[in-house]
Design a protein around this ligand. Structure first.
Ligand code: AMP
Length: 287
């Protein structure tokens, strides 16, 4: 496995690969890797002949400097996990490599998909994601890139970027990997105290309750959201950032519980912000 920090080194390896007619799968990450990230790697290895993982805590996508400062770092363990999973190259750039002091800042935005969910409560976040991901797509010359559906809005925004601007690669969504108690794996889980880690299971249990109440015939959107909100707030240390029901494609709010809906939430458990979502199919109500 090659570990490179400089763009010139990355370009050299990719050019060699291209000469050998290799195909490139790319998994962008911010490190503190876990089995959810490795699912991306496994899918990449099935699809492409070479797999690149980038590890870069991108400062431009953090709207809260405290969150950026507290974001965990675990490079040694990350490299070990990549090696064990037969990643071909890890791109590990510094902030200066990605954004040299002489750079002219560029702001990208897809307003229609950003005016909702995390885009509403984390202003500037997706602008930073679009900037870094566009840059990484060009640097890695990826044929395929893999994104977790845990960050569903990010997946939709990157898919739109690639479609609308004809980026020459395919975006592939990877299902959310969960701990045995249902909590979505996340690098941020490490920051939860033992008590908050227990409280955090309210999130996956809320999705179970959502399905159960739908199956039980609940179709009043406001009543349904209230039941789910009240359930989350049984956790003493929980603050809801948002709990929304939107159309899975447009991400715009829906008014009736029919067909496929995306239930998405962001909650603070203590200081730690956790997100999760599920696409639910509302079963027809029997008369
Ligand atoms: P991050 O390092 O949190 O920026 O995540 C890097 C990539 O891994 C993103 O595409 C995430 O959606 C994906 N990812 C993170 N956690 C999970 C998970 N539990 N299951 C599947 N994909 C994930």
């Amino acid at each position: 496995m090659r570990v490179v920090s400089e763009i010139s080194e990355l370009k050299k390896t990719i050019s060699d690969w291209r000469q050998n007619k290799e195909t490139i799968g790319f998994c962008p990450t911010m490190g503190t890797l876990h089995e959810g990230h490795m699912d991306l790697v496994r899918q990449s290895k099935n699809k492409a002949t070479k797999t690149i993982v980038s590890i870069f805590i991108n400062p431009t996508q953090f709207n809260d400097p405290k969150d950026f400062a507290a974001y965990p770092k675990n490079t040694e363990q990350d490299l070990r996990l990549c090696e064990e999973n037969a990643v071909d190259l890890v791109f590990l750039p510094t902030v200066e490599v990605m954004y040299p002091p002489t750079n002219t800042p560029i702001q990208m935005t897809i307003p229609y998909l950003q005016n909702t969910l995390c885009g509403k409560t984390r202003p500037g976040h997706f602008e930073g994601v679009l900037q870094v991901v566009s840059k990484l797509f060009h640097l890695t010359e990826a044929d395929f890139s893999f994104f977790g559906l845990k960050d569903y809005q990010q997946f939709r925004i990157i898919s739109a970027l690639v479609t609308e601007l004809n980026f020459p690669l395919q975006i592939i969504g990877v299902p959310t990997k969960r701990e045995s108690d249902g909590l979505a794996m996340s690098s941020r889980n490490l920051r939860l105290s033992q008590k908050d880690r227990e409280t955090a299971t309210l999130v996956p249990r809320m999705f179970q309750l959502a399905k159960k109440t739908l199956a039980g015939g609940e179709r009043n959107l406001n009543v349904w959201k209230e039941i789910l909100t009240d359930f989350l707030l049984t956790g003493s240390n929980v603050k809801i950032d948002y709990l929304e029901v939107v159309d899975p494609m447009s991400l715009q709010p829906i008014t009736t519980l029919q067909g496929e809906v995306l239930l998405a939430t962001a909650v603070f458990v203590g200081e730690v912000r956790l997100i999760d979502n599920e696409i639910l199919v509302c079963p027809p109500v029997s008369k």
